[in-house]
Design a protein around this ligand. Structure first.
Ligand code: ADP
Ligand code: ZN
Ligand code: MG
Length: 472
């Protein structure tokens, strides 16, 4: 029998607002347990929630970026259920009027792309966190009441690989939007996968929801496992139950958790303590005007400039780097040379000093000056790196550094000849290899000479002197 598989995702992203969704507690990860709590997020009787408009605006911006139809009057509803990590016994969520409906998300898949349609995006609060420690279970309510956006897709993915690719692209988008840090291990990006298998052409099968995957790989593996498990069950004529299963990363398998509730079990009803949020024309225009270029559009632009795929990825991974790249090009730098410099030298500074330090201290014109100097052969790699460090480490204008370097540059030909002569003597084997036709060997002699001049020799004059000294 031939089967077809369907996967739909329910993705939760933690909105990076300073405070929680309905109270003024910090929405901050990693603090001492139960320190960011108050009567509102602990669900004490008689308290009143107040909407965090900063968080809701992030929800609207994300829904807009996903092409959803934005709701002009979104309101909040109570979703009632009991769980120890949720002291109110209900979650403030949205049901009838989510911030956005419809929409679609185009993501990279293999060498191409796929568009996944979305059902809706709704704003809601998070629950606390239960930590199971041996015989005991501990509760941390710091996360209770933190703002989330839930994105619900159509069941139009067909494999774990597709789901993983979609999530990776979505992570990039929400990071570019600045609405979520996308960290799956810390739970700021979470996903439940709905999986069904059916005879080919027969439409959707019975849905199984899989939870508890805290990495992209686990999402892929859990879905692949589920598709295989259901396929086998169908083959053997077994019934598939609609249920919720948990991924167990140690066993590499899913296991039954509970038979799935349906939405009427939650008794959604309008939250009486919160007014509806009316999104005026001005408000929606503001959301639209805050739109950014999508990471996929940016990546395509880089590919169109002839930048290789991986290099384009490493630039587009961070919006700050993509903007720095654009700014350098706007200042006259050439695309390929900028991309090369970014992937090697700038990437290393980002890893060492952090992205924010690099993009705060290095601007497009500064980067362009370095890249142009390199491309024109006016400076060598050593001076380029020193100019970069002057900016990133010392907060100095790299152009100023380049000017100073050019003033103290050794352009005096006898001095350069002397440096070339001792470098050729020291690297005799490489010089001979170069003479014998190994073109690359010249760079070893060049490297030694540049080091001897502490990066201050004019690279073109130095190379000429070395070639002359070798006698090529
Ligand atoms: P529920 O009401 O149980 O939450 P929904 O219809 O709201 O179910 O769908 C929740 C998620 O499950 C969506 O992402 C949707 O795409 C997906 N889904 C629904 N039915 C199926 C199915 N038969 N197979 C796979 N995924 C499904
Ligand atoms: Zn609180
Ligand atoms: Mg649902």
């Amino acid at each position: 029998m031939k089967y077809q598989s369907f996967v739909g995702l329910e993705i939760h992203i933690h909105l990076r607002s300073r405070t929680k969704a309905f109270c003024s507690c910090p929405a901050h990860f990693g603090d001492e347990p139960n320190t960011n709590v108050c009567p509102v997020c602990m669900g004490y009787p008689g308290v009143l929630p107040a909407l965090n408009e900063e968080a809701l605006a992030m929800a609207y911006r994300t829904a807009h970026a996903l092409g959803c139809t934005l709701e002009r009057e979104s309101f909040f509803e109570r979703k009632s259920y009991f769980y120890p990590d949720m002291p109110k016994n209900y979650q403030i969520s949205q049901f009838a009027r989510p911030v956005g409906r419809g929409g679609a998300f185009e993501f990279e898949l293999g060498g191409g792309a796929k568009t996944l349609r979305l059902r809706e995006c709704h704003f809601e609060e998070d629950a606390g966190k239960m930590i199971h420690a041996g015989e005991k279970s501990l509760l941390d309510f710091n996360r209770a009441g933190c703002p989330l956006l839930e994105i619900v897709t159509e069941p139009e993915l067909s494999s774990g690989t597709e789901a993983e690719a979609m999530l990776r692209s979505l992570r990039r988008l929400v990071r570019h939007l600045g609405v979520c840090d996308g960290n799956m291990e810390e739970g700021s990006l979470r996903c439940d996968a709905n999986v069904s298998v059916n005879t080919e052409g027969a439409g959707l099968g019975t849905k199984v929801e899989v939870k508890n995957m805290n990495s992209f790989r686990f999402v892929r593996e859990a879905i692949e496992f589920e598709i295989e498990r259901q396929t086998k069950a169908l083959d053997e004529g077994e019934r598939i139950w609609q249920e919720t299963r948990l991924w167990n990363e140690n066993h590499g398998a899913t296991a039954t958790m509970r038979r799935k509730e349906s939405s009427h079990d939650y008794r959604f009803f309008p939250e009486p303590d919160l007014p509806a949020f009316a999104a005026s024309d001005e408000y929606l225009a503001g959301i639209a005007s805050a739109a950014i270029a999508s990471p996929l559009a940016r990546k395509r632009a880089l590919l169109a400039l002839g930048i290789p795929n991986e290099r384009a990825d490493s630039i587009v991974e961070e919006r700050g780097l993509a903007e720095l790249f654009d700014a350098a090009l706007a200042a006259g730098a050439e695309a390929a040379a900028t991309a090369t410099f970014m992937e090697s030298d700038i990437r290393a500074r980002v890893n060492r000093f952090g992205l924010s330090q690099v993009i705060e201290r290095l601007d497009g014109p500064g980067l362009a000056a370095i890249v142009q100097g390199l491309a024109a052969g006016e400076i060598g790699a050593g001076v380029a790196r020193a100019a970069l460090d002057a900016a990133v480490v010392e907060g100095k204008d790299p152009r100023k550094h380049l000017e100073e370097a050019s003033r103290s540059r050794i352009a005096d030909y006898p001095a350069i000849e002397a440096i070339a002569r001792s470098a050729v003597a020291a690297e005799r084997d490489s010089a001979d290899a170069f003479l014998a036709g190994n073109a690359k060997a010249l760079s070893r002699v060049m490297g030694a000479a540049m080091r001897a001049s502490k990066g201050m020799a004019d690279p073109r004059a130095l190379e000429a002197a070395i070639r002359k000294e070798i006698g090529s």
